[in-house]
Write a protein that binds this ligand. Sequence first.
Ligand code: WTA
Length: 635
Amino acid sequence: MSYYKINNLEQYFKHYNKSIREPRKFWGKIAEENFVWYQGWDKVLDFDMGEAQVKWFTDAKVNIVKNCIDRHLAKRGDKTAIIFEPNNPEEAAQHISYNDLYDRVSKMANVLREQGIKKGDRVCIYLPMIPELAVSVLACARIGAIHSVVFAGFSASAVASRIIDCECKMVITSDGAFRGNKSIDLKGIIDEALEKCPSVTKVLVAKRTNTAVNMKEGRDQWLQPLVDAAVPNCVAEIMDAEDPLFILYTSGSTGKPKGMLHTTAGYMVQTAYSFKNIFNYEENDIFWCTADIGWITGHSYILYGPLLNGATTVIFEGIPSYPDFGRFWEVIDKHKVTQFYTAPTAIRSLAKENDEWVDKYDLSTLKVIGSVGEPINEEAWHWYNDHVGKKKCPVVDTWWQTETGSIMISPIPFVTPTKPTYATLPLPGIQPVLMDEKRNEIEGNQVVGSLCIKFPWPSMARTIWGDHERYKETYFSAFPGKYFTGDGALRDEVGYYRITGRVDDVVIVSGHNLGTAPIEDAINEHPAVAESAIVGFPHDIKGNALYGFIILKETGEYRDRDNLTREINEHISSHIGPIAKLDKIQFVSGLPKTRSGKIMRRILRKIAEGDFSNFGDTTTLLNPEIVDEIKSNRV
Ligand code: WTA
């Protein structure tokens, strides 16, 4: 019996119990039977949760790209690896076979080597969802360079801070990006960012929009001529199991983004294993995940997970509403997609349009549909199940994080049952627990608590780039010996998990993880602003939206509040990106603070939600009178 594929409920429990009793044996067997290694491991696992030190498959040697591409060539060389569906439906889709992908990645990897990139160097990738993005990521991994993909919706200063933090030597970008009926000047954003980034000596520019851009002499080069001139084969770098694979930035509760570092072998093993089971993947399926490769979902389930399984994966450049609200469904129909994986915010925005948009397409190829990024509400779950899955496709509500690398809690289609709004059961090998305020593990069912994971798993992030102390402090200090997710959850009467949302200062807006601290930092830089506090409040489409409480300086220069509101949002847009704009801004004369000076966000959250019923204990407030003022001026 293979541990790699779970076929029925009995097998799930068997595997699950075994994975808890003998985690090393469990993961060891999966690793051994399903990948190609240059050299096996010494120990499957070596760890110290207290120090936040975890190593999987110690001393093993492997290259993830050889596992994603080379080993498939004999059997699947002509099979399509990537279907590229452009923003404009009139532009032809591209089918890139495993042979083509091998050639493109090898040449790109040779370009990187010729440009002086070596194992361990950091390369920032700031590209739209075009094949060059996938090829660049895989080329880095082939030669052991650490990729740091930055979502191409981030502003110049957000990109700059990420480049500076991990001292990238190179940036790979494009002239521009298409997004619906707009085009975005990516190269201009990079030029602005690089004014502050002395570590970057080379910029490679892919052509996408054919717009005129500035090319800086000695630094910038067009990508295509270099690729055309490159030699074809590229010997893959032999990587240690724990060598870094990539850095991906995520928001935290301070202004500085956290560069989550993922390493090679453990990430490879769990992304492949989870992909196979959670999407019930079978040969010849066409898998489509609508996330951007700039987020972890795209890393693990557009690229690595599918390619490790020799699958066909769709890369979609566009947006769900262009040229109309039927685009997702048209693409499923056109490419005969069998698994579709998207975010609740996209589901909600399409569910509010006329059902004809979805009903007119043939979605009969679909087998499994998935959701990720935030809690999916009951209404959206049912709409998705009824109109997209036609009640015959299990909805996999997958819970996981940038930090966890792969899916952790999710139904397994046709194996474990689904339940609306529930992520249900942990994947074998994953040990979630709920903790109470006194840091005790909560036993039994029908309970609520803080979600922790009490045993290491292969694809967990190993550290925060350059700041292991922060990693330890953020994830391993609240509940000693355990990894704290930052989420709250409940466990129902049969033991299914439902994630209730963040319990820290991160707000998830349209599936994007936004820390309130960096937004506050950006606002506070505006000359009129003295202080600010941002909280999330429920929003029909976005899940959450942002509400800003802002104290102005007493200079009186900025009397026009409408103008100021606009300026503050422009400021946020240029410092972080348009995704972080505030839906509501309220100017206040003070903020509710504890005696130790901490803003009581709990109260602000309730006011933003319009729930004035029970503010809880306000006796520790330094200025309780401010609460009434804020309440009565709520916008
Ligand atoms: C939230 C995305 C409820 C959660 C893969 C988590 C979810 C954060 C779900 C991580 C889900 C993700 N149900 N909440 N199925 N999936 N989340 O790092 O709060 O962008 O901590 O990773 O998204 O977001 P991230």
